[in-house]
Design a binder for this molecule. Sequence first.
Ligand code: HEC
Ligand code: HEC
Ligand code: HEC
Ligand code: HEC
Length: 389
Amino acid sequence: MTTARKYRFPLVLAFVSVAGIVLCAMPLVWSDSQETEQATPQPAIPEVSLVENPRNVLGVRGGDCKKCHPAEVAAWMRSSHFRSADTRLLLFKDNTAKYAAALDVKAEDLMGNSICADCHGTKSAGQDGLVNVVSGVSCESCHGAGGGDHGWLNRHQSYHESMPIPRSQETAAHRATRLEKCDQAGMVRSTNIYRMARQCFECHLIGNETLVANGHKLASTFDFVAWSEGEVRHNFFMDRTRNADAPSLWSSTTGSNAANRRRVKFVIGSLVQLEVALRRRAVSKNPAVMPQLGGLAAAVSGKLAQINAVAGTDETREVGALVTGMLGLLFVPQPTDEKTYTDAAEKVAKAARQFEAKHDGSKLAGLDALIQVTPPFYSQQYREKYRLD
Ligand code: HEC
Ligand code: HEC
Ligand code: HEC
Ligand code: HEC
């Protein structure tokens, strides 16, 4: 067991000016057609357990990404993710005090190894072994812990084993191996839509029932497309009305476009919401929380019916049938067979991965009318701070 230490300095001090030396600001966005050759087929994504690879063993900090990704870091520093450790942990007020009391977390422990810091911050053990919150929700909270000898950090930006060569000279074989190794090391890249959605929902759908029973929201009104294209999108320093459509590393390497990506994200986001709701339901013991989880599953069921009406696929039809068959059971406020829900969650996960492997969105234009209902999402905090309205 590690002990927590009281936090002393405001987090912002940990981050020196982002306008610092840019050692290797790579043009991640390629607007020309330099790379229109057929993209190398993506290696199969290995099963990396997000549970065994938890967020609280992050090896490096946001600061380490800054020298090469200054724009991403600058954008992130404006987000409510970045500020969450300050607003919800450091400032011990309002509901923070209430939820912390309910879980018996002391004010001085919030910025240490607390359960709250699992979601509101990023923990790291110092040389003395003490665990402290080192940042808000960090790059690695979403992209996976990258440090260490076998981590993805060093490998992900190297186009040759030993020579510093530009991106355009990387061989297709090297690229395929590089990405495969990154995936194996737990990196969550733009291409890994399923895994990225899992990261979001692991935090945005709360598993701790005591927390929920004491008033903490069970789930965000999370729409994966809208919520990942507002303040989370790292290029919103551009014109906010079109940043989500701008070329990205993903579009330049796959030759696909933002509309296709949105359709895939829409379906996978819905499936992952269902998967995580089922996983929470499997271990739920609180009769007041169970129907809420049932409600989330029912909402996805409704969405799947809409999806299947306009652009159904084998995967969405299969999951649609599965969840419709379970709806009655889901609302019963009784501990039911854990295995039933876990098995169902596994099936949904498998369908989501299959969908990801089989569909690039180009044939799912029927979904656009459903997707456009929700515009890119900016938090209230963000709006107030940057006077968006
Ligand atoms: C030494 C420079 C360097 C550092 C440090 C660095 N990166 Fe990168 N990063 C790159 C380059 C170059 C690319 C483009 C790789 C490519 O072309 O596939 C990249 C790409 C990425 C991508 C997109 C990958 C994809 O396929 O979608 C993510 C995510 C990323 N980096 C995250 C991080 C994070 C998080 C950190 C800090 C923990 C970090 N990087 C530190 C240079 C760096
Ligand atoms: C599983 C992840 C998770 C854990 C654990 C967690 N939170 Fe949260 N919390 C969230 C998310 C996600 C939101 C934002 C919800 C939204 O706006 O959609 C949030 C919102 C909040 C808010 C603002 C909304 C409100 O209800 O006032 C406070 C305060 C808060 N959390 C405090 C805490 C405290 C204190 C703890 C520990 C006792 C804690 N949280 C544990 C994920 C978590
Ligand atoms: C809340 C989750 C989240 C956090 C925190 C986060 N990212 Fe990302 N990042 C994403 C998502 C989602 C994408 C893919 C965007 C899309 O869907 O088009 C992405 C894409 C990227 C890319 C590829 C950009 C491109 O041109 O395609 C890079 C590089 C990157 N992130 C680096 C970082 C760095 C560095 C940090 C920390 C400063 C960070 N990310 C923090 C979610 C996150
Ligand atoms: C490590 C946990 C964690 C992960 C992973 C995570 N989030 Fe969050 N997110 C939070 C917390 C906590 C908040 C609440 C911040 C606050 O108000 O203090 C939040 C807030 C947000 C907000 C602002 C909501 C509001 O109105 O305040 C958006 C948008 C968002 N997250 C999107 C995403 C997306 C998209 C992903 C995945 C790509 C993601 N998040 C991944 C923990 C997480």
